[in-house]
Design a protein around this ligand. Structure first.
Ligand code: DGJ
Length: 725
């Protein structure tokens, strides 16, 4: 619900309230965001105090208590007396760097706004508030967009800048979100890591100054995620006030939190300002990516539930919103580049009887792609490996009762390719500087329409030549030496963002042309796992690390924002290719059921007992996929605490069903006996556990469920609960 009147704007979701007010001199002040408060102008909380070295704008006259440096801003400027984190930074033709926004007007629009060419939560049932600010000296208007997903407790934000003046203006920074808190006692949680170990939660109190994470790698990155949490020091899974902020963007980003001199906190989130400079000619506009905000006063689990539900139901689009995903097998870890049609069909033949529904042919099927040194960019089927083309293979796979899918890496090119030989300037590289290669490949300049059209034309021909149900869209390097041959020098600062827009436009085109095809995102595993990609690719390969024990941690960290149905998770062979660790098939299966379940191995190479296990796993997963994907997800333990067990739980929305998964760590002599306290059940209902014991929900939640004693390393158990009363 949106309420507007006398310069006061209040957004209500079911459990939260967000408020801003056009105050003195037209400065848009942020008055409140938090648990729901009704019927109140919350600007009474703002104090006007003369602070030394905090300057006053001219309009304030002799009022020294009015300073942009002190007041909570809704969308901060820079260079005009607010010395905290800027949201907007404009360079005018005279070389000045400043931004000073004042309230102009507002409008309310029915439905949740959409952003042309950018991902955004959708929904005709929502409402949009647009507050228009202007920087009169720059001739620039900033339209602040607010989407209210009331039932989901999500507020979205985006900013449209419009040059209403007569001279070009350079946008040096335009955040999607600025959020001022009139308190200093919050922790910041970021999700950080590296290739093969992504999204480890790191939590700490904000100290005076700025703490920021971000990416300047061209994609959202393995190293940091465009999702952060601010929470009270004592907040935990089940209690405490917490705020989450997610950026729907897959390129360079920055999330920054500042604890200022007067013990207030400002959070900004948006495109990273490094190497960003967008020229706005008169009449032109620029739209920031969308950011999504959520607040919970009941801890981190509720915060996650709200993001999960909104992502499942209002970000992922049809036909995949809420729909089951096929159990798949991928040949990459089994064969890498050494395969031909016969080898692939053998893998599929041994997989089909195990209940596996989709066969995915990974890297190596095109051009002269026999290693990762060559072939990217040449998207024609390699006739030596796949005689008869794609359909010849796809029809053999289909004859086994499986769907067929394939891998691609559209944004990249190898110098050893026909494409690069014909169009070397299509790759991003700085003239006069040495090349920077990653995995022996260069990045294509996706800011250029002709480049995208060429690549998409070739991919579309391949996808149209066979019945393809699934595509894995990969990208395997960070961008460096970025320069576009198609842009003039003064517009080079647009290249990174234009490449992301190019990526989104091609993904959208593919969705339109192949509406029933499932696209899985990937970037050397989880290097582009963000809410922006989920708008186009309903699932993303979570990590190149398929070690079950490492995966428990990676999936745990990922779960704070992203629902289980978005996490690509597969059982792979042992010893594991990344860690050398051997874990039983049972435990590998339990870990992979924390995601879009599948296999990454040759099932012909496993024992008859393991085949039986796989058969049981696929049947079990299919039976419980609805509960795993649609249920509320609870983190029962923190795997980074190195406790004896890692456990998580899915509870159906009506609380009549639950699935508890438990994995033990390295065994020790005399292990402790643990009773695992479950969550989210109905205390009044009686539950049957694995068809046997029947216990009240209150007992299972307060007194706990006795876990078996581990015998050997890395064991696993699953407990399926059904209500019997
Ligand atoms: C990186 C992906 O994460 C892997 O699963 C695999 O597809 C390789 N790329 C193929 O090059």
């Amino acid at each position: 619900m949106i309420q507007c009147g006398k310069g006061l704007f209040t957004l209500h979701t079911r459990h939260t309230t967000y408020q801003m007010k056009a105050g003195a001199h037209g400065v848009l002040l942020h008055t409140y965001y938090g648990p729901r408060v009704d019927g109140c102008d919350l600007s009474y909380r703002i104090r006007y105090v003369d602070r030394g070295f905090s300057p006053n704008p001219e309009e304030a006259g002799e009022d020294r208590g009015f300073s942009l440096d002190v007041l909570p801003q809704e969308y901060s400027g820079c260079g005009m007396g607010d010395f905290r984190l800027p949201s907007l930074d404009l360079e005018l033709p005279n070389g000045s760097r400043a931004a000073d926004l004042r309230y102009k007007s507002f409008r309310v629009e029915p439905g949740k706004y959409a952003l042309e060419g950018l991902p955004a939560f959708w929904g005709e049932d929502g409402e949009t508030l647009v507050v228009v600010l202007e920087d009169a000296a720059a001739g620039v208007e900033a339209e602040l967009y607010y989407g209210v997903l009331e039932d989901y407790d999500i507020i979205t934000r985006a900013v449209k800048l419009i040059n209403r003046g007569s001279a070009a203006v350079k946008v040096r920074q335009a955040a999607s979100l600025c959020l001022d808190f009139q308190r200093e006692d919050l922790d910041l949680i970021t999700f950080d890591g590296k290739h093969v170990l992504e999204r480890r939660p790191n939590r700490g109190p904000l100290l005076p100054g700025v703490r920021s994470v971000g990416s300047v790698r061209g994609s959202s990155s393995h190293q940091h995620n465009p999702f952060v949490i601010l929470c009270e020091h004592g907040a935990g899974e089940d209690h405490g006030l917490c705020y989450g902020a997610a950026l729907l963007y897959s390129g360079n980003f920055q999330a920054a939190a500042e604890r200022s001199q007067f013990e207030n906190i400002r959070l900004t989130l948006g495109i990273h300002p490094w190497h960003f400079c967008w020229t706005l000619a008169p009449g032109e506009g620029f739209t920031t990516p969308e950011a999504a905000l959520c607040c919970s006063k009941d801890g981190l689990a509720v915060l996650s539930h709200r993001f999960h539900r909104a992502i499942r139901e209002r970000l992922i689009r049809d036909p995949w919103a809420g729909r089951p995903r096929p159990v798949l097998i991928n040949n990459w870890e089994a064969t890498e580049f050494s395969f031909d049609a016969e080898r692939l069909v053998k893998i599929a033949e041994s997989a089909a009887p195990l209940g596996i529904e989709l066969f995915v042919m990974d890297d190596g099927w095109f051009g002269a792609r026999n290693s990762d040194n060559a072939g990217l960019g040449d998207w024609t089927v390699n006739g030596e490996k796949l005689p008869g083309g794609l359909e010849a293979l796809a029809s053999r796979i289909r004859a086994l009762g499986m769907q067929f899918g394939l891998w691609m890496e559209p944004e990249m090119v190898n110098e050893d390719s026909a494409l690069y030989r014909a169009h070397p300037d299509w790759a991003l590289q700085i003239p006069g500087r040495a090349k920077v290669r990653g995995r022996q490949q260069l990045a294509l300049d996706f800011s250029r329409r002709e480049v995208r059209e060429h690549i998409y034309g070739a991919l579309k021909a391949v996808l149209s030549s066979a019945d393809v149900s699934y595509v894995k869209w990969d990208v395997n390097r960070s961008l460096a030496a970025v320069w576009s041959a198609a842009l003039p020098p003064e517009r080079q600062g647009e290249t990174y963002h234009r490449c992301v827009l190019g990526l989104y436009s091609m993904l959208e085109q593919m969705r339109r042309d192949f509406p029933h095809m499932l696209i899985e995102g990937c970037s050397g595993g989880g290097g582009r796992f963000d809410a922006g990609m989920l708008y186009y690719t309903p699932q993303i390969w979570c990590s190149d690390n398929t070690d079950a024990m490492d995966r428990l941690r990676i999936q745990y960290g990922t779960s704070f924002c992203y629902p289980v149905c978005t996490m690509g998770a597969h059982v792979s062979a042992v010893p594991n290719a990344q860690t050398g660790r051997s874990v039983s098939m049972e435990t590998r299966g339990v870990a992979a059921m924390h995601g879009t379940f599948g296999y990454e191995m040759d099932p012909a190479e496993i024992s008859p007992e393991e085949r039986e296990t796989v058969l049981r796993q696929t049947a079990f997963f299919k039976e419980h996929q609805g509960l795993i994907y649609q249920g509320d997800y609870y983190r029962l333990t923190d795997p980074f605490q190195n406790g004896p067990y890692t456990a998580w739980e899915h509870v159906s929305p009506d609380k009549r069903e639950a699935l508890v998964s438990v994995v033990s760590g390295p065994v020790q002599g005399g292990p402790p006996l643990r009773n695992l306290r479950l969550k989210g059940l109905d205390p009044e209902l009686c539950y049957c556990v694995n068809g046997e014991s029947s216990l009240p929900g209150s007992a299972l939640m307060e007194a706990g469920w006795p876990l078996p004693m581990p015998w050997g390393d890395y064991q696993s158990w699953q407990f399926y609960l059904t209500a019997i009363s």
